[in-house]
Design a protein around this ligand. Structure first.
Ligand code: KG4
Ligand code: ZN
Length: 334
């Protein structure tokens, strides 16, 4: 039997993306049109501008994904689209395109949770990966530890009570005068600094929940105090020390959850998975404990439609389809 072709569509934030996946793991095309330069002068994503730009981009991006995949639009068997979480106006652009195409082509529609999608990026990067495993999802809007026992079986072990890890990176970068998005900038700057130069307080949350707002305030206070006193700071040291505190917290919780739930595979996901220190820290810790460690290729860490197509494919195997009444759910949880 011919393998199923899934068209993935993603417009939850500031990337307009479309991808074609053959079967569950073979990526034929992965097109991402980023709006980052557009939002940079505002220091963050402006929702209204994001929606308008998605409207302009969505059809050309889908066309490009189809042509790069070397297939005909009529060969597509199903469409997987992000319906949340994300910006309402942005999500609606992808949803409208997906619903119209599914209707016109008379093919099924699959509604994908963006956060679950991030985890599935790993199945494309590592075709041998299978559940059960423990996943640490760290993105701009979410931080969560998830136990995955099957392709459609997730158990939320803990999540952020306030700021997500990526959000903390972005806010601190902004105050330090670095461009949006701040995560990659802090990552770069931290390589030049001493991670043990400044001791920032470790977030004190029991169990597997996270909290990064206290740490964020501590770093902001440190920067403000130095400015008021007219003291010069070594920004590379600040970046490295802040990053180390975040990475150590994420790694500690992940490793203790793996031990408690007896999971021998750790799967990193979300935009912050692109952080070089987080990847290195977890890799080393996993090696020491004899755990297998997976993380997506850089381009599949941040927002893309390949992960949405992959998540959608595994839902379709269990006939979890949506219909034309599908709406955006901006605050969708896991
Ligand atoms: O998953 P993602 O692309 O979008 C959301 O679903 O939120 O994640 C974006 C987040 C941003 O906060 C960005 O600063 C962060 O991922 N990020 C990084 C790195 N690359 C992206 N954070 C730390 N280090 C990086 N190298
Ligand atoms: Zn994302």
């Amino acid at each position: 039997m011919e393998k199923i072709l899934t068209l993935g569509i993603e417009t939850s934030c500031d990337e307009t993306a479309a991808a074609v996946l053959r079967g569950g793991r073979e990526l034929l095309s992965n097109v991402i049109s980023t709006q980052i330069p557009l939002h940079q002068k505002f220091g963050g994503v402006v929702p209204e501008i994001a929606s308008r730009k998605h409207i302009v981009n969505i059809m050309p991006v889908i066309d490009e994904a189809i042509s790069k995949a070397g297939v005909d639009l009529r060969e597509i068997n199903q469409i997987a689209v992000t319906f949340g979480p994300g910006l309402a106006g942005a999500l609606l652009v992808g949803l409208s395109a997906a619903k119209s195409l599914a209707y016109a082509l008379k093919i099924p529609l699959v509604a994908v949770n963006h956060l679950e999608g991030h985890i599935f990026a790993n199945f494309i990067s590592a075709p041998e990966l299978e559940p059960p495993f423990l996943s640490l999802v760290v993105s701009g809007g979410h931080t969560a530890l998830i136990k995955m026992t099957g392709y459609n079986k997730f158990e939320l072990l803990g999540q952020s009570r306030d700021d997500a890890a990526g959000e903390a990176f972005d806010k601190i970068a902004r105050v330090m005068g670095l461009p949006y998005p701040g995560g990659p900038e802090i990552d770069k700057l931290a390589k030049l600094g001493n991670p043990n130069a400044i001791t920032f307080p470790h977030p004190k949350v029991t169990g597997y929940d996270f909290s990064f707002s206290g740490l964020k305030s501590a770093v902001l206070n440190f920067l403000n105090t130095a400015q008021m006193k007219g003291e010069s700071i070594n920004s590379a040291d600040v970046a490295a020390s802040f990053q180390k505190t975040v990475v150590d917290t994420l790694a500690e919780k992940t490793l203790s959850a793996a031990e408690e739930f007896k999971l021998d595979k750790i799967v990193l996901a979300g935009g912050v998975a692109a952080n070089s220190s987080l990847e290195k820290t977890l890799r080393t810790a996993c090696q020491r404990r004899g755990l297998e460690f997976f993380y997506p290729s850089k381009i599949l860490c941040t927002d893309n439609a390949a992960m949405i197509a992959c998540r959608g494919y595994y839902q379709s195997l269990e006939k979890i389809f949506a219909d034309s009444t599908l709406n955006a759910v901006p605050n969708l949880g896991l």
